[in-house]
Ligand binder design. Structure first.
Ligand SMILES: [Zn+2]
Length: 777
């Protein structure tokens, strides 16, 4: 392990908005004038591959910006742009401490009419060129496919004298949009993360942590070791034995000496095997909240008053053996979940670096302002040579909703820098239709490179550049949501289903107005209209999640309702729009496609309004159409349907006489409640309950079908009716009343045929509910 250079903000940091040029600065260079240039790009003979890439990139983008042709290494006596730390570049920038640049420190310096863009090896020069193109020339790479490259046939740049070494030597943010996009990641100065696609040597390669992630579980697998060495694995007091655990996430017994020796042997082998790539190896515990409960493990945990104490003893033991083989190697382990809290006595050895996983934090503010995690980090920092961080910026349960945490990164990253953090991984939502994914990636990557930058200025720069005239409204939207999430007592964390706890109805109305204004501002700008459309999807999802409650609330208060009139059509529209942008995932480990059936069954497919509801306000009754039914499900109170394949118990069929043209159809011969509607949170309340059905039978029937209400957990049977059928009196659908009931969440309204083979079919068009107290029953 080489020593870590600190942050050297030696000279003027140009900042982000520095493209304005002082009008009569004597030192300024004219790189192009009216589409012609006197400059040539010069790369030293000894340049390494990424430095040659840097020269090519510089040529490409300068030519796009100016329209001029920039020769690389052509002959001539004109002024030069020196790319890379050649002897000539070093001569021109003699005051730079080249040795302090490390692997990726950058130099941007004017010398007379020449310009030096160079840096440490392997990536410094490439990064210097990208910094120059962004900060001084004004190129913007918003994501892998969208960029703004200015047109400046006359390009003047001010005197430059900037040396910069980034504080974090591993930088990775997990976004969908830079996944397998090595060129974009190079521009973002992201230098690690083989999991999301390697960065080729030409773009500077990647920094690698061997066995990154829960490394110990990959080295000492249950499959390979449990049979011969059960004592290396977790002891469970409850079960009174050693437990093999999940194959992917085995939990070990860290006080076991033989396990430590074997792990050291494996670690040394892996370090040798990967010697050309890295000398940092992960020996983290499993992704599991459980731990070994053998007597020595428990005694040590008590003494250290943390699981991490047991772990540090274990890792230190390995590190001591490793040091004898490779004094420069570093072991890292996750201080995560059960081991987040630092130990009381033991200290990580010199060659051991904890990687603190800040899962327990408030996403709406800096880690500095959340005292529990702040104290852990400060303590870890105090007892360690340096720290790695695994940070979270994601709602794992739902990528599709707003997650207002953009402002928090700036100070969080500054805090990390102060705490000797040298490696940053930010786990972000891995999707393309969530909460400002491109902005999130743009902001995080810029701040990881330099946490001293002004995060707000980066957000504004992105908003103005990417969304144009919509930017002011979207900035207000971001501010509104962040304020909402920072209310007293509210916690924005890694796991939320819904936005109920922080996003209040008045906020939602206000946010919706801002989106309307944003859309209006770019309605004649096709590109930005589409960008705004994508960015609005999380807000659309808020409406789809909370439509009923918000509709009722607006009605009860006599306020305007700002949500979509028809939530079923709005859901279809949402899915179409999301798919048109390439929606890929909806939550951790779940593809977007998987949420579609659930989304399509939340609201009724529009149909004729029942006669009883015609005079009612739409907020006073609820339609439950066949698209919302569960069909042929497992369980229920009767199981005598063996003679019908499950798929035939109930099916949705076209039915012109049904209110929406479709109905659920069941053969009359079984008595399985093959249709039910489960009452969700938004449907709880006191309701008059109706079922609309018909049967296909030539003769009158004493029992047409059976319908009822049932609550498995709380109540049991609530209601049941058995209507008769008289074909002489009634043709087609009839409405049947199940009474007025308090419907709790989880109640089910069900229908079953009467187990009568002479009934061809029982068809259910819909159920509907009328709010108790509503007029017109
Ligand atoms: Zn143990």
């Amino acid at each position: 392990m080489t020593s870590i250079p600190g942050c050297h903000l030696a000279c003027v940091c140009l900042g982000l908005m520095s493209i304005s040029i002082p009008p009569s600065d004597a030192a300024q260079l004219t790189l192009a004038e009216n589409g012609r240039t006197a400059y040539r790009i010069v790369v030293g003979d000894d340049a390494i591959e990424p430095e040659r890439t840097a020269a090519k990139e510089l040529k490409t983008w300068l030519e796009q910006v100016t329209g001029a042709t920039f020769m690389v290494n052509g002959a001539g006596a004109g002024p030069r742009i020196l790319v890379g730390p050649s002897a000539e570049a070093r001569r021109l920038a003699a005051d730079v401490d080249w040795d302090a640049l490390g692997k990726e420190g950058t130099v941007q310096k004017t010398a007379g009419r020449d310009l030096v863009l160079a840096g440490g090896r392997p990536r410094g020069t490439l990064y210097a060129v990208y910094s120059f193109l962004e900060d001084t020339v004004g190129c913007r790479w918003w994501n892998a496919t969208e960029s703004d490259i200015p047109k400046r046939p006359t390009l003047q740049v001010p005197a430059l004298d900037e040396t910069y070494v980034p504080p974090f030597r591993y930088r990775l943010t997990w976004n969908y949009e830079n996944h397998d996009k090595p060129r974009l990641r190079a521009r973002q100065k992201i230098n690690s993360g083989e999991q999301i696609g390697p960065i080729p040597e030409a773009y500077g390669g990647s920094e690698t942590i061997i066995n990154d992630g829960h490394g110990l579980g990959k080295m000492i697998t249950a499959e390979e070791y449990f049979e011969d060495h059960p004592e290396w694995f977790r002891y469970s007091r409850k079960e009174g034995r050693r437990v093999r655990g999940e194959d992917t996430h085995p939990v070990h017994c860290y006080t076991n000496e033989a396990l430590r020796r074997e792990t050291a042997r494996v670690v040394i082998g892996l370090l040798e095997e990967h010697a050309s790539r890295s000398n940092v190896i992960d020996v983290s515990l499993a992704d599991s909240g459980s731990m070994c409960e053998c007597d020595p493990c428990i005694a040590l945990r008590r003494r250290e008053s943390s699981e991490s104490g047991v772990l540090v003893h274990f890792v230190n033991g390995i590190a001591e053996e490793v040091e004898a083989h490779d004094p420069d190697a570093t072991l890292t382990f996750l201080a995560y979940w059960t081991s987040n809290k630092p130990p009381r006595f033991v200290r990580p050895r010199r060659n051991v670096v904890p990687r603190v996983a800040t899962m327990d934090k408030r996403h709406d503010r800096s880690v500095r302002d959340y005292k529990l995690q702040r104290r852990y980090i400060e303590k870890w920092s105090g007892i360690s040579r340096e720290l790695f961080i695994w940070d979270y910026a994601v709602n794992f349960h739902d990528y599709l909703l707003p997650h207002p945490n953009l402002s928090a990164f700036n100070d969080t990253l500054r805090f990390y820098e102060e705490q000797k953090v040298t490696s940053i991984f930010i786990q972000a939502p891995h999707d393309i239709v969530g909460d400002f994914p491109s902005l999130r990636m743009y902001l995080q990557t810029k701040l990881m490179w330099n946490p001293r930058l002004d995060g707000r200025a980066i957000i504004e720069q992105f908003m103005r550049g990417f969304y144009g005239a919509a930017a002011p409204y979207l900035l207000s939207y971001v501010d509104l949501l962040e304020k909402a999430a920072r209310r007293d007592g509210v916690l924005l964390s890694c796991y939320h289903r819904g936005t109920y706890h922080w996003f209040r109805p008045d906020d939602i109305d206000q946010a919706t107005l801002l989106w309307d204004q944003a859309a209006n501002a770019v309605r004649d700008d096709e590109v930005r209209d589409r960008r705004v459309r994508r960015a609005r999807l999380p807000m659309d999802m808020v409406w789809l999640n909370r439509h009923r409650m918000l509709k009722r609330r607006a009605h009860d208060r006599g306020q305007a309702f700002r949500g979509p009139e028809d939530p079923y059509r709005a859901t279809e529209q949402y899915i179409r729009t999301a798919q048109s942008f390439g929606a890929n995932s909806s939550s951790e480990g779940s593809g977007f496609e998987r949420v579609i059936p659930g989304l399509m069954s939340r609201y009724p497919r529009p149909g004729r309004v029942p006669r009883r509801c015609q005079d009612l306000h739409p907020a006073r009754w609820e339609d439950i159409q066949d698209n919302m039914f569960e069909l042929g499900f497992e369980g229920g109170w009767t199981q005598n349907f063996q003679h019908y394949p499950k798929a035939e118990l109930a099916r949705i069929v076209d039915d012109p006489s049904a209110s929406d043209g479709r109905a659920a159809r069941m053969p009359g011969g079984h008595r399985k409640e093959a249709i039910r509607y489960l009452v969700g949170r938004e449907m709880t309340g006191r309701w008059h309950v109706y079922v609309v059905g018909r049967i296909e039978a030539a003769e009158p029937k004493e029992m047409a079908f059976i319908a009822g209400i049932y609550h498995k957990e709380d109540i049991g049977e609530i209601a049941r009716i058995i209507p008769a059928h008289d074909p002489a009196r009634t043709k087609g659908y009839e409405t049947h009343y199940l009474g007025v009931h308090d419907l709790l969440r989880g109640a089910e309204i069900w229908v079953t045929p009467p187990e009568d083979e002479t009934i061809e079919a029982v068809c259910i068009d819909r159920m509907f509910l009328i709010h108790d107290g509503a007029e017109g029953r």
